[in-house]
Design a protein around this ligand. Structure first.
Ligand SMILES: Nc1ncnc2c1ncn2[C@@H]1O[C@H](COP(=O)(O)OP(=O)(O)OP(=O)(O)O)[C@@H](O)[C@H]1O
Length: 305
């Protein structure tokens, strides 16, 4: 069992009469990329800020790197990096100069700075000043500057916010690299489940201050898995054909619909077999439940993520 980096137990935070967090428990183990998902106001930033020690909690316990209590947490937080606000970047300096300023007291070598610039895909920005950077470049530089202290645990609040689709993909790749190349454990947040899909290893869904669901990447893939949607007026005969084809993993949805989770590459063959058996196929094709639909289903579909 790998080491627990963060254990938050029954954390509550109350603003006036409003419970921004209501007994939220989250455990993050070394090597995880934990994605905290929730619509605006769900409590993501509040949770992150309590972990950072920026706001106090009204109830619950926080354990970081096995440490608890004010003093212990203060020490443990030295192993953490965070990029939760517009970072203090110097607009008139280049990316390298910015990192040099950050590194000034830390004994960080030029080689390490080179490595950080490469890791964040900003090694080719040369003499360009930060004020002329795109949002994505600025965000990547901000992450690079938090890595100067060599954190073991990194917290990123909405790292994909405001980025265009290619910027989102790039950010995902970089986060992945932090884990594979540096072994950093990551907690990040987003209001869009889709944006963190493929990168997070675990997901926690926050809604109105409650953690309403927690699932692994594999579990998420299975609830939103791809399947063949078959529409027919003869469900019973269709089932006989599916059995003959050796298909076991299917679900009869209603009198006209069957979802097939097996032999996804064989739609044409399934269709042919059905037609040959005189089954009237009105529609057949592969489909996938969209992540955002799944999210809305979980949160009651009243709000948009
Ligand atoms: N300092 C504060 N005083 C009063 N209420 C607050 C304060 N900070 C947050 N809240 C409230 O707590 C709830 C959770 O806010 P939080 O910022 O954690 O949500 P979020 O999920 O991070 O959303 P966003 O993506 O908009 O930042 C919201 O209803 C918000 O209005």
């Amino acid at each position: 069992m790998s080491e627990t980096i963060l254990k938050a137990t029954n954390i509550s935070k109350i603003y006036g009469k409003h419970k921004a967090l209501d007994k939220v428990s989250i455990e993050i183990k070394r090597g995880m990329i934990y994605g905290l998902i929730g619509e605006n106001g769900a409590g993501k930033s509040t949770f992150i800020r309590t972990i950072m020690g920026l706001i106090t909690i009204d109830e619950g316990d926080i354990e970081l790197f096995g440490e608890t209590g004010m003093k212990g947490l203060q020490q443990a937080r030295r192993k953490m990096g965070q990029s939760i606000e517009t970072p203090a970047l110097y607009p008139d300096l280049t990316s390298r100069e910015n990192l040099q300023v950050q590194a000034a007291n830390g004994g960080v070598s030029e080689r390490e700075i080179d490595d950080l610039l490469r890791l964040m895909n900003i090694s080719n920005t040369g003499k360009k000043k930060v004020k002329n950077f795109s949002l994505g470049m600025r965000q990547r530089l901000a992450i690079a500057s938090t890595l100067i202290t060599n954190p073991e645990f990194l917290i990123l609040d909405e790292p994909t916010n405001g980025l265009d689709p290619s910027g989102i993909v790039e950010m995902r790749e970089i986060i992945q690299r932090l884990v594979t190349e540096r072994g950093i454990t990551v907690l990040l947040s987003s209001h869009l489940l889709d944006e963190l899909s493929q990168v997070a290893t675990h997901y926690g869904i926050l809604h109105d201050g409650n953690l309403i669901s927690e699932l692994s990447r594999e579990e998420l893939a299975s609830v939103t898995r791809q399947y063949i949607e078959l529409e027919t007026t003869e469900v019973q005969q269709a089932v006989v054909v599916l059995d003959e084809l050796g298909i076991r993993d299917y679900e009869v949805i209603n009198g006209t619909e069957i979802n097939i989770y097996d032999q996804l590459d064989d739609v044409a063959n399934i269709n042919r077999s059905l037609v040959l058996a005189n089954v009237n196929v009105t529609r057949i094709g592969t489909t996938r439940q969209k992540l955002e639909d799944y999210f809305l289903q979980l949160t009651g579909g009243t709000t948009h993520a």
